[in-house]
Design a protein around this ligand. Structure first.
Ligand SMILES: Cc1cc2nc3c(=O)[nH]c(=O)nc-3n(C[C@H](O)[C@H](O)[C@H](O)COP(=O)(O)O)c2cc1C
Length: 220
């Protein structure tokens, strides 16, 4: 693969919330899951597991929980973009509509990966800092990103979601997740309703990178 082709994939890897109910063939799903296993993790411990939920009743239960959380989130999110331009508001409104679509169709999405992690298997080098710890997540989310890139390679749409973490206890009991394992994402996967992948809006490297010291603009 050329560098251009990879950059094209990465720069059009956007959240896809409108997913069709058509099943993902087992061989396709198998390649997607295998790609997730290739991700790096601290000490190569791979302290994550994913439950691929395909059972309609379980997806319905997850979808009901997700919808309650999404509705609260969407109301809050709308307030946040009240001051934006009409054009920007319209864009954010499209995101909300797509999220509403996901809620209405959650149970029809062919597969939802529930990402679990075990903190005891993690090298959490910032655990004792007097702030929220993030290093542990670094042993899990690369696998999620690999999963999502593999979805892309297979023409499958997906979106990384985390709202269900707010009702982790309910998700754990629904899916029989053991006490010492927790959840950190849910990734609905399915073929996109529309074109799926496309342009993304991100801050530029000039804003996100510094040279040698904090805030010193990098010269490239
Ligand atoms: C840590 C994390 C949590 C997210 N949680 C949710 C979520 O619960 N629901 C959702 O619809 N999207 C969720 N997203 C997707 C983001 O909203 C999306 O990636 C971001 O708005 C950029 O949109 P784009 O990728 O389409 O450009 C999450 C993304 C990340 C990285």
């Amino acid at each position: 693969m050329s560098a251009e082709a990879l950059y094209d994939v990465m720069s059009t890897q956007r959240a896809i919330r409108r997913l069709r109910s058509d099943p993902i063939p087992d061989d396709v799903l198998s390649r997607i899951l295998t790609a997730a296993t290739w991700a790096p993790s601290g000490g190569n411990q791979q302290p994550w597991r994913m439950i691929v939920v395909r059972d309609t009743m379980k997806k319905k239960a997850l979808g009901d929980m997700y919808t309650t959380l999404w509705e609260k989130f969407a109301a809050m999110y709308r307030k946040r973009f009240e001051g934006l331009s009409a054009e920007e508001q319209a864009k954010e409104e499209r995101t909300i509509t797509a999220g509403d679509y996901l809620c209405a169709h959650f149970h029809e999405v062919p597969a939802v990966a529930i990402v679990c992690f075990n903190p005891k298997m993690m090298a959490v080098t910032d655990a004792k800092q007097d702030r929220i710890s993030v290093v542990g997540g670094g042993s899990v989310y690369p696998a999620v990103q690999n999963l999502m890139l593999a979805c892309r390679a297979e023409g499958v749409g997906c979106v990384l979601t985390t709202l269900l973490c707010q009702v982790e206890g309910d998700v754990k009991s629904l899916l029989s997740i053991p006490d010492d394992w927790y959840t950190c994402a849910a990734v609905p996967m399915g073929y996109p309703v529309g074109g799926g992948y496309g342009p993304i809006k991100r801050r530029g490297a000039d804003e996100l990178f510094f040279e040698d010291v904090w805030k010193q603009q990098i010269s490239l």
